[in-house]
Design a protein around this ligand. Structure first.
Ligand code: NDP
Length: 286
């Protein structure tokens, strides 16, 4: 294998150590820990596992908070009231509504009522506008974690040709904005893109956020390119695989993230980092 593997677990551990130190300083200065509240609606098993992990990792770095578990048939009005209640609580710095929501609930309506100052998932229209206008704000956790991994490689992004495959509001679009802000030349590909292979072949940086196992073939990767694989796909045998054909891509890339152990661990680490950011901003803005 030619590529160096970007160790997301190690970088996430570094981020969490930084967060723990900032939490200690915050407690010393303000007499309370930063607070993160998670709202979880319904019984989606993956969401329950994910939220339990957030809760455990938050408490490990000293962030205080809890999980509001609501029944699957919760009305939109009841959910909006829970979020509004958390908006009003002064000890709450970050609010995260776990997605996806049950079908009868409109995620956009819920995100719209969230106080942008507490938007630690970086998904409100205000956070999105701040990102695209390159002003400081809370950034979506997964792409923000990808940027941290890219920085870890030390490769210059300025002038680099970056291809982002996927245009979701959660990953593809925000990472495109982040790469653009770092002066990369960014192409965003999606399901209607013609000649994806040709685009990927030209890229110095490839970010795959599609959700299709190994759809980016290793032979498409340019010599020396950096590959960030956001995809998490479960094989029939239960193992996880990314959107990139890892072994073949690693023969050509200079740096590559594995799945699991690449982007995955960064998401919660950046959520915790955003929570401390939000807490510090809120006390500064008083
Ligand atoms: P979405 O399903 O919201 O978006 C997928 C994107 O891929 C869409 O923009 C879609 O295009 C595009 N796409 C689908 N098929 C093709 C194709 N054949 N060629 C090119 N583009 C295609 O997914 P997310 O962005 O939410 O997630 C992407 C992946 O990342 C998933 O595997 C998910 O599990 C993983 N993920 C991992 C996280 C982590 O590591 N913590 C966090 C978030 C996501 P179109 O818009 O045209 O439909």
């Amino acid at each position: 294998m030619r590529a160096s593997v970007i160790d997301g677990k190690a970088v996430a551990a570094e981020v969490k150590a930084e967060v723990a130190a900032r939490v200690r300083a915050f407690v010393e200065a303000h007499g309370r820990a930063p607070g993160l509240e998670v709202v979880l609606v319904g019984d989606d098993p993956a969401s329950h596992v994910y939220v339990a992990s957030k809760e455990k990792q938050a408490s490990a770095v000293g962030i205080r908070g809890g999980v509001h578990r609501l029944a699957a048939d919760t009305s939109e009005r009841a959910l909006l009231e829970v979020v509004a209640g958390l908006n009003d609580r002064d000890d709450v710095d970050g609010i995260l509504v776990q997605l996806p929501l049950p079908r009868h609930l409109d995620a956009a309506a819920v995100i719209d009522v969230l106080d942008p100052a507490k938007d630690v998932d970086g998904l409100t229209a205000i956070s999105t506008g701040l990102l695209w206008s390159e002003r400081s704000g809370l950034r979506p956790c997964t792409p923000w974690g990808c940027m941290r991994l890219l920085d870890r490689t030390g490769i210059p992004l300025e002038g680099a040709r970056a291809v982002v495959v996927g245009r979701s509001a959660l990953v593809g679009k925000p990472i495109a904005a982040m790469l653009l802000a770092r002066h990369a030349t960014v192409t965003v590909a999606h399901s209607r893109t013609r000649d994806l292979e040709g685009l990927v072949r030209e890229a110095d940086v490839v970010v795959a956020a599609v959700g299709r196992p190994e759809m980016i073939r290793g032979s498409w990767i340019a010599d020396g390119a950096v590959v960030i694989d956001v995809g998490i796909n479960r094989r029939p045998d239960g193992s996880l695989v990314g959107d990139v054909e890892f072994a073949a891509a690693a023969e050509r890339a200079s740096w590559i993230t594995p799945v699991p152990g690449g982007v995955g661990p960064m998401t919660i680490a950046m959520l915790l980092s955003n929570t401390v950011d939000a807490a510090e901003r809120r006390v500064r803005s008083r």
